[in-house]
Write a new protein. Sequence first.
Length: 255
Amino acid sequence: MEIVTPSVGLLTLAGCLTFLITPEEGPQDAHVAAALSPSRLPSIVIDAGHGGRDEGAIANGLVEKALTLDLAARLDQKLQAIGFKTVMTRANDQYLSLPQRAAIGNQVEHSIFVSLHFNKSTNATASGIETYYASQKVAPEPEWAFAGFFAKPEPMANVDTGENLAGYVQASLLNRTEAGNRGIKPQALYVVRHTRAPAVLVEGGFLSNPFEARLISTPEYRERLAGAIAEGVAEFARTMPPPPKPPTQLAKAAP
């Protein structure tokens, strides 16, 4: 299937540099998920960063918590259209702690966790998109350990850290937005580290960069970001092993 790569173009009008977002052409990558049977499709946990009293980054008239919620809603629609079941950690302007977000993700079996954010820097020229995955996964923290002491989370071996997921999502974002590539990076971020599922945290551009802020402020560009993330998630989902089968119950012998 041929995919026409869209672009974000630059124009000069009346002596001023501006930008033009061309419409997305070509079909969405629903065929990726269609290649999987419904029983093999993972559920996608969508985590809109910040919220409530935590506004996140604020720059150039933009507030991160509002943008991440809008992007999460767009991603939710695109993933459901492909055939994925979705769970949103927040669907309104509410505050959730990092442990609460990870706990929501850990309640969903056979899943992928995607946390959405936007960046900010003291350097107004900083730009580009980056995707984080867990440097190491740790088991969810128990409330109390033996003798009433808090237990230190133990590293989990042989667990998907989300590196491949980050690669698929980052590649799709770069292809669909032509943004600067800041790469995929391992990081001890709470929500990617404390979720059992493959998890990534996407930084979709810098609110502190005037040019990127103007792009991010447009619904068309956020729609493009959502489509790119959905495409990357769907591509990764095709590589996931099938969910474990429930244990077979042995029939009781007749008395």
